[in-house]
Design a protein around this ligand. Structure first.
Ligand SMILES: [Cu+2]
Length: 706
């Protein structure tokens, strides 16, 4: 055997060269072996290799028996079972997808699971993730939310920004370093597919030994779940309104509001789910007894909960029933100085780690994520907006799989409940008080806020819905994002939708909005939510970077805590239509990073931040990661409506894309009519001319020889 072959076999046996076979795909898809190969991903190893198969599946279906299932008392039963025997086969249960237990409907599953399998790696490991798309009708990509992708921008997974989408039956291998450590997740980055289940947790442990803070940890991925709409229907309803069709006379749903008057949802809320399970509240007090996710704990221990919001639309306030406090210790993978609060707000795209001390009397409690709208408004609609999971103390027997509606922790004027990460300020008369991200401080050994103490360049980006009646799309600085016809990173020369003179202070334009930044410079971005298109708060996510949160500014409130005016710190004086497409500081002495009351010491880092309506957030980061980075609102509906842009970072220093990186595009340039053989008439004419020349040459040569 040749030495090279021996070496290859040796590397194969050592697991250095990944092996892919059809068996492998099926074994990971059906759960016979874990999604991530058991011989990889361990501490001290260099590689973590995983296989993800994406396909459509039905909820409330016991596939092995081809039987519909129904829920009762927090358990699942065969639909036609007359006996009182719940389905309890532990091997099959994880593959019976329940969601909110309402009806059997199609969702997107990964390796037959909803949400997809958790990927757990160690910092600096090379993640090699093979993705296969078996959805019959949809193309897809997968984004690794929170991963910096240093040197691998082509693995960021944003359709038409970093790569071509995968069609039916196609595979793609993502390869990147697991960095930074902390709580992250993966999700689809095309259309609204995250809404339908294409997501899963991605947990990266630090390479260094850290003293274990808690006894055990749990991951809770939260999502709002509408059991009628799919991703495309949601989008259409956003454009044209949502109507209550079951009522006579039919009515239009009105927008719900938070306590400050901020707008939240025009949709009917059906259910909230945690790790793919939730209950449908038919009335504010009666639910359908669908099973919930259960976390088992022992009394008087500390547990870490890693909470991830894969939500489509709603922010959630997270608390633990019967436990007056919890301690927030990290966000978006970055450690925070511990903040002990009653609850915290998590927005779509954000992650929070908290520690819970199980110091209450042994019982079944609920982990509750409640949306932020005014409770009485929700009740008036006949709805109850929560996602729930059971925290079961093992000492309590028997366990109750069907606990009743959660009881809120008691908040009074003298014993206020403190909420962290509020997107608003509350009046002092309220029974709750707010901490905002201004109050967070880093506790992360990787944070170095002194790196961004001096600003080289600043930009303003207004995330809003400005425009005239009938055309108020999601936009950034009045630019409604149009995805390019080919990936901006790998095929920049194919960009046909450049922003031009149709964009201006008093115009709303549709194009591929980009901002180029230069390597090595420190950038200050002021993200605003002001002007005519304000009203909704936006969780804005930057790919390829985390950023320091320097300051959060809020609007102006009356004595009841209702928003009356936007922040006086931002001026919308450019343009006459109040679109605020070019916001600036109201006080020009604030230019160049000279903003008062910045958090300059122990500044907290994250990658997704809420930009409060009427307000702003100042963030800073250093341009040290060449690539094309999507920068967008993480509310899927706002994003797909155009509230996004691409930060083109140091294009001359782009890392080379891998050999044979897929290319794609549209057919606009191919205006020649096709002939039956698939070649164009132009090609045929060329071929004809070549043949004639060949014939002449043949005759000439023959004549010479004669
Ligand atoms: Cu938004």
């Amino acid at each position: 055997m040749a030495p090279t072959s021996t070496m290859f076999l040796l590397l194969l046996v050592m697991g250095v060269i990944p092996v892919k076979s059809q068996d492998h795909w099926e074994d990971t898809r059906t759960g016979k072996i874990p999604a991530c190969l058991p011989e990889t991903c361990r501490k001290g190893q260099d590689i973590c290799e995983c296989f993800l198969t994406i396909e459509h599946r039905l909820t409330m279906m016991y596939e092995k028996e081809k039987s519909l299932v129904v829920s009762k008392g927090g358990r699942l039963y065969r639909f036609n079972s007359t006996e009182n025997n719940p389905i309890a086969n532990s091997d099959d249960l994880p593959f019976i997808l329940t969601l909110d237990g309402n009806t059997s409907r199609v969702v997107i599953a990964i390796n037959r699971l909803f949400p997809g399998p958790q990927i757990t790696a160690y910092e600096d490991q090379t993640l090699i993730i093979h993705v296969r798309n078996l959805m019959h009708t949809d193309s897809t990509t997968v984004h690794w939310h929170g991963m910096q992708q240093l040197g691998t921008p082509y693995s960021d997974g944003v359709a038409m920004v970093s790569q071509c989408p995968l069609g039916h039956g196609q595979e793609f291998t993502y390869k990147f370093k697991a960095k930074p450590h902390g709580t992250s997740f993966y999700h689809a980055h095309i259309g609204d597919q995250r809404t339908m289940g294409l997501y899963g947790a991605l947990i990266v442990y630090p390479k260094q030994e850290l003293p274990s803070a808690t006894d055990e940890e749990f991951v809770a991925v939260i999502q709002d779940w509408n059991h009628d709409d799919d991703a495309s229907t949601l989008y259409q309803r956003m454009l044209f309104g949502v109507f209550n069709q079951n009522q006579n006379p039919k009515t239009r749903y009105v927008t719900t509001n938070s306590v400050d008057g901020g707008m939240y949802s025009r949709y009917k809320f059906h259910s909230g789910i945690v790790n793919g399970k939730g209950r449908y509240y038919l009335t504010p007090s009666m639910h359908n007894q669908a099973p919930l996710t259960e976390f088992e704990v022992d009394a008087n221990k500390n547990y870490t909960f890693r909470v991830i919001s894969a939500a489509t639309l709603y922010p959630f306030r997270v608390y633990v029933e019967g436990h007056p406090t919890l301690t927030v210790v990290a966000s978006d993978g970055f450690a925070l100085k511990p903040i002990t609060v009653e609850s915290f707000v998590i927005n779509p795209g954000e992650r929070y780690d908290f520690i819970l001390l199980t110091n209450q009397s042994p019982d079944d409690y609920l982990l509750v994520a409640e949306t932020l709208e005014v409770e009485s408004e929700i009740a008036r609609r006949g709805e109850y907006h929560v996602a729930e999971a059971i925290i079961h103390y093992r000492e309590k027997k028997p366990r109750n799989p069907n606990p009743s509606k959660p009881v809120r922790n008691r908040c009074t004027a003298t014993n206020k409940c403190v909420i962290f990460n509020c997107p608003y300020l509350l009046p002092t008369s309220a029974n709750e008080s707010c901490l905002t991200y201004n109050d967070a401080r880093t506790n992360d050994f990787n944070s170095a806020p002194e790196d961004v103490s001096k600003v080289d360049q600043e930009y303003f980006f207004n995330f809003a819905f400005p425009g005239e009646h009938g055309f108020t799309p999601g936009s950034v600085n009045g630019h409604q994002f149009v995805p390019p016809i080919a990936p901006l990173y790998s095929q920049p020369e194919d960009l046909t939708t450049v922003c031009d003179s149709n964009c201006a202070d008093d115009k709303i334009c549709s194009c591929t909005y980009t901002q180029t930044i230069e390597n090595g410079k420190v950038y200050q971005f002021t993200l605003t939510n002001v002007g005519r298109g304000k009203g909704w708060s936006h969780p804005v996510h930057l790919h390829g970077h985390s950023f320091y949160v320097m300051k959060m500014g809020f609007g102006q409130y009356d004595s009841h805590g209702i928003l009356t005016n936007s922040t006086p710190d931002i001026s919308c004086s450019r343009g006459s239509k109040e679109y605020c497409n070019s916001p600036i500081w109201a006080n020009e002495t604030w230019n160049g990073g000279n903003v008062p009351n910045l958090v300059l010491n122990d500044t907290a880092q994250k990658d997704t931040i809420i930009v409060p309506t009427h307000g702003y957030v100042v963030i800073r980061f250093k341009a040290d990661n060449p690539g094309a980075w999507f920068f967008h609102c993480h509310i899927d509906l706002h994003n797909t409506n155009g509230m996004g842009m691409v930060i083109v970072e140091s294009p001359k220093l782009y890392p080379a894309k891998p050999k044979n990186f897929p290319i794609c595009g549209d057919f606009r340039s191919n205006s020649q009519p096709l002939t039956s053989s698939g070649s164009t008439l132009k090609d045929d004419w060329k071929a004809f001319v070549s043949t004639v020349w060949a014939a002449i040459a043949f005759l000439v040569i023959r004549n010479i020889h004669v």
